[in-house]
Design a protein around this ligand. Structure first.
Ligand SMILES: C[S@@+](CC[C@H](N)C(=O)[O-])C[C@H]1O[C@@H](n2cnc3c(N)ncnc32)[C@H](O)[C@@H]1O
Length: 207
């Protein structure tokens, strides 16, 4: 594990590295919801091994709401409420890979800053409720490659930790897969982890 505070486990980082190592030179990699860079770095370590030479796209608000201050402190790092974390993110991931396109602000609106190249690896670690989840899918799905793209939904089972209205809201990725699951195959899931990784296998047309 690198020393950067993370909201994902070592197990998931190892899998991100494995996915990166399997990069097929068919498209770019991106992460939506990067925080301080721990999961991006795990993926980039694998990508670098595979000879990745394209832009790595990173999207986040990087605006440090109070709960992030607490999470970082618990992992030994001091950040302040309202701090712009983009420079810290860029510094952290920049030690591993230089071609980072980091776009700060609220998704899905900021996804209009993406240049529309084919996407081979697409990690969602922010979109977990509507309308953001479907907004992000709509903005990116036309750039996914059938039979190739890996879609990592890192908050897939997050709803299980909640009750009532929140549980319903955080089901957005599960609701999506209940509707469009035949367009994907499951690559990896764990009994004790939120993330589930899918391969996009069949074109989606959404109404
Ligand atoms: C779970 S954290 C990401 C953790 C990181 N991937 C890791 O493993 O350490 C989610 C991140 O998404 C960002 N975020 C949440 N909603 C967002 C939105 N609508 N637009 C942009 N960023 C968002 C937050 O700022 C936060 O940094």
């Amino acid at each position: 594990m690198n020393s950067i505070p993370a909201m994902t486990s070592q197990k998931v980082h190892d899998y991100l590295t494995e996915i990166g190592s399997g990069w097929q030179r068919k498209g770019v990699a991106m992460e939506l919801g990067c925080w301080l860079g721990a999961s991006s770095i795990a993926l980039l370590r694998g990508l670098v091994k595979a000879g990745y030479d394209l832009d790595f796209w990173a999207f986040d608000k990087w605006d440090t709401p109070a709960p992030q201050v607490v999470k970082a402190k618990a992992q030994g790092m001091k950040i302040s409420a309202g701090q712009d974390l983009k420079p810290l993110y860029c510094d952290n991931v920049g030690k591993i890979y230089s071609k980072i396109k980091a776009i700060k602000g609220g998704m899905p609106a900021t996804l209009s800053g993406f240049n529309g190249s084919a996407i081979e690896i697409c990690i969602f670690d922010a979109p977990k409720q509507e309308p953001v989840f479907t907004g992000c899918v709509r903005a990116l799905k036309n750039f996914w490659i059938e039979g190739v793209t890996v879609l990592g939904l890192l908050d897939y089972n997050f709803y299980e930790r909640h009750n009532g209205r929140k549980r319903q809201q955080f089901r957005a990725p599960v609701d999506f897969m209940e509707k469009y699951g035949s367009h994907f195959e499951v690559l990896k899931s764990w009994d004790d982890e939120c993330p589930v990784f899918f391969r996009y296998v069949k074109k989606i047309t959404m109404d």
